[in-house]
Write a protein that binds this ligand. Structure first.
Ligand SMILES: NC(=O)c1ccc[n+]([C@@H]2O[C@H](COP(=O)([O-])OP(=O)(O)OC[C@H]3O[C@@H](n4cnc5c(N)ncnc54)[C@H](O)[C@@H]3O)[C@@H](O)[C@H]2O)c1
Length: 315
């Protein structure tokens, strides 16, 4: 199997595809990016140049490297051309099985037999997608986080037919890109982070829609309370510290957590009467009222640069 990955194809040039192209090019890989229209490709290339400039301006790419990186990216509307010489393909088309399967089928037909075909899906299962290809052992899920060129985490998980070696090679590639990969032991919808986010978001919506607090205050409570520790302490380390040891946590806090869990939201899709109150409350947040989405995203990326400066190596 191919270990020496040099050429990469990014299929789909939306938010995620352009982030991947930025990351691969900034790390010295030749990238061919494919999408369905010239307009989409052109706007992706413009955003990638802004991403590369941002990385350079914030000391994450040496001077002169941004221009070099930009030149490493070619574009095409022809999927077969994009993947035929690639050692590794990162697919980032819309998140539904029909779209993924159709693209995987085409990629499978055009790519070399040992090329790895990875999907950026944020919730689908590779076991289902890989049913349509002749090389299921070389297909893997690699779930990134926005903005892909800044956030370190990728979740990697194979499907039922994925070869362990494919997961291994992909894991090593992600480490070379400076990512912080985690490997799931088995497939589950939403993987790790989107499940955790879904749990927090359900409770946040419920708190606002049932009149406990405004969206402004829920976000503030998150950011200045639990979120303040989040860059370096996960839920398990937090529990370990809170209980003076995880055994103490289980002993002392089980009852109070039972009361919380019993009174917490358990709905499976947003109840229609809750929709308007929480949407209204989010739109009333000062940051949302006063700033465009573009401005908020730009501010988020600058804040992320500050968080990335933290030395997260453990005590
Ligand atoms: N947006 C996020 O926060 C996020 C985070 C992690 C993973 N993902 C996943 O990444 C994938 C892409 O998401 P996105 O946010 O970039 O979507 P997007 O809508 O921004 O981009 C999708 C792109 O795919 C293109 N496309 C559609 N069909 C195609 C085809 N047949 N061949 C080539 N290109 C095609 C579209 O033209 C579009 O440019 C999805 O699976 C999504 O779940 C998204």
């Amino acid at each position: 199997m191919q270990h020496n990955i040099k050429k990469v194809a990014c299929v789909g040039s939306g938010l995620i595809g352009q982030g991947w192209a930025t990351l691969f090019a900034a790390n010295g890989y030749g990238v061919i990016m494919q999408d369905l229209s010239e307009d989409r490709l052109q706007s992706a290339v413009e955003q990638i140049d802004l991403n590369l400039k941002f990385l350079k301006d914030h000391g994450r790419l040496q001077k002169g490297r941004a221009t070099e990186a930009s030149k490493r990216i070619r574009t095409t509307m022809d999927l077969a051309e994009a993947v035929k010489d690639a050692d590794y393909v990162q697919e980032s088309v819309p998140d539904d099985y029909a779209a993924k399967k159709s693209v995987f089928k085409e990629m499978d037909a055009a790519a070399a037999s040992d090329t790895i075909l990875a999907s950026s899906s944020s919730g689908l299962l590779m076991s289902e997608i890989q049913k349509v290809v002749t090389r299921p052992q070389r297909c893997v899920l690699v779930h990134p986080f926005l903005p892909v060129h800044l956030l370190p985490l990728v979740e990697i998980v194979g499907g039922k037919q994925t070869a362990p070696e494919t997961v291994e090679i992909t894991y090593n590639l992600m480490e070379k890109l400076g990512k912080s990969p985690v490997r799931l032991k088995k497939e589950v919808s939403g993987y790790i982070v989107n499940r955790l986010q879904a749990a927090v978001l359900r409770e946040a919506i419920d708190l606002v829609a049932t009149g406990v607090a405004s969206a402004e205050d829920v976000d503030r409570a998150f950011c200045t309370g639990m979120g303040m520790r989040d860059p370096f302490i996960g839920p398990f380390l937090r529990a370990h510290l809170a209980g003076d040891g995880i055994e103490g946590f289980v002993e002392y806090y089980s009852e109070s957590y039972r009361l919380r869990w019993e009174s917490m939201a358990a709905w499976k899709s947003i109840p229609p009467p809750m929709r308007d109150p929480f949407v209204k409350s989010v739109n009333e947040m000062a940051v949302v009222r006063k700033n465009s989405l573009k401005k908020i995203k730009n501010w988020r990326d600058k804040m992320l640069i500050e968080v990335l400066k933290l030395n997260r190596s453990c005590c």
